[in-house]
Design a protein around this ligand. Sequence first.
Ligand code: SF4
Length: 417
Amino acid sequence: MRYERIKAKSLLSKPIAADGWFHINRSMNAYRGCEHGCVYCDGMSESYHVDDFLTHIRIKENAAEVLRRELKKAGFTSRRELETETLWSFLDEEDTKRLAMKSPRKQVIGVCGGVSDGYQPAEKEHEITRQVLETLLDFEMPVFVLTKSDLVLRDIDLLKKIHEVAFANVLFTITLVDDKVQKIFEPRASTTSERYKALKKVRKEDLFGGVMATPIIPGLGDTYENMSGLAKEAKRAGAQFILWGGMTLKSGCQKMHFLNVVRKRFPEKLELLEGIYRKNHPYGHPDYNKLPVNIMLRGYEICKDVGISDRTIRHRLPNEPEANNQVLGALLDIVFRQTYLLGMSWNKSTPFRELALRIEKGIDDLNKMREEGDLAERLMIDSQLLTSVEEILDTGSCQVLDDIHIRLDELVSRNNA
Ligand code: SF4
């Protein structure tokens, strides 16, 4: 393994709007390269222009510093600096509060899990992710952590403090229930059982948390036994949800490495997997007609049986009205289910997505607008969409969402017939 300390010029991604997968607004990577060495890792793809992704780890030693600069540039306020200012300029508490209020709407920062795990072994010594969390705590930003390592438990103290002022949502990527099989595909990450144990601790501390069951490897991870095992263990560990997703495999280094391992360890699956990824889709998508099962639909069915949600929860941002969070969560749920579970075209969900984008930008309390009688005008929506919004405000769901569930249940029973 080769380690190199580097200076990053920038850190945060461009803002992400109305993200129905993780509900994050920005993401970042404290490292470039990842020593977890997952056989299917997307980071190996030539499209990222990072050589030796699994063996050459670039450590962004100034990550926290760059993050601080970028957050300030975006108009966010550092609690520590504000307090120092108060001390020197004799601002009273009200002034301090007013200044804090002037900060823009908070953003959920995806701390790791972009393309490099922030809790890979190098983090033990370098503590870059820890410094990043310290900075985010200072800015009172909500955080989203996605990892394959139980090293995240080292930072539980910081995560708890962040959870008190904003929130901390900790997800573990877990795709194979059997430790032995998992070790073949994710050789240097924590084992599946270690990750479930860590998740249990995270949930015991009352932090938000769940499982990201992605990528499910076709022909290996998509069996009923593996997927239901993952869901049951997630529930046992107190996960709030388990989110399913398939595997992409881009032609070149990523595909070659993956198929070589399959050839050696699971030769009986080689023909199936070669066939599924033969078309070399530019984003590595499989040939959906050749997949043994529809992973999303199977995941939906299993979650219903096990009694756990198959969707990430949208958590309320600090100072965000609960009604807005509720409507936003339901709208993004409609978009996600129509697109990824029912396979409907992107255009079908446009009205829901556009409204979600408008709400996410930060608008007044939807319940207040409703009371004032001008919800439709202010949201610029037609009567049909208004009905859905009002239903969500009253019950947390709406007819459109209920119909989606009916269609999904029908599809599941047709598949099982
Ligand atoms: S943990 Fe993620 S980034 Fe790291 S090797 Fe595995 S797939 Fe790649």
